[in-house]
Write a protein that binds this ligand. Structure first.
Ligand SMILES: [Zn+2]
Length: 169
């Protein structure tokens, strides 16, 4: 049986990490290549009938939106994934936006990181604020409440322990 990265990390978190042998848990992976989940129920990694359990990044979020690398449109990771955010930041900078962000990055766009985008949004960078707002809405959270809301997601899913791993840039 082949297990994807999020599934393998869910098993590791349950075995050696924060989930402490929980019977039910969800591990969320927010990585450079996509957004995924490892779902453990009854102590076992869920695969699903089509082996797509946990493919959270390809959940359709809106009616009309960007193309996804999977060939579909409007997937979560096409809207709120690291690559999508980086693309929007590059466009915003090319269009003359992101002045606060560029200041944080020392004027060098390749130095932009995820925390810089969040920091710039907090101090009023409109391009960064719009990007953070859209990504947050896609996850169903407000930026300042993301941890709390993700815990609620886990609780609604019947999973008490919850683990989140990843970074934007
Ligand atoms: Zn997709």
């Amino acid at each position: 049986m082949v297990v994807n990265l999020a599934g393998a990390k869910a098993i590791a978190e349950r075995t050696l990490g924060a989930a402490a042998m929980a019977d039910d848990m969800i591990y969320l992976e927010y990585g450079r290549t996509g957004i995924g989940a490892g779902i453990i129920s009854g102590g076992k990694l869920m695969h699903g009938a089509t082996h797509a359990a946990g493919e959270l990044g390809h959940t359709h979020m809106i009616e009309e939106g960007p193309a996804c690398k999977c060939g579909s449109f409007c997937c979560l990771q096409a809207i709120a994934g690291a690559a999508a955010i980086q693309t929007r930041i590059r466009k915003a900078i090319a269009d003359g936006g992101g002045s606060e962000l560029l200041a944080l990055a020392g004027g060098d766009p390749p130095n932009v990181s995820g925390w810089m985008i969040l920091s710039a949004a907090k101090v009023g960078d409109k391009a960064c604020a719009a990007i953070v707002e859209q990504a947050s809405k896609s996850f169903g959270v407000r930026p300042s409440q993301s941890g709390e809301s993700l815990q609620s997601f886990g609780s609604r899913s019947g999973s008490a322990p919850f683990s989140l791993q990843g970074k934007v840039c």
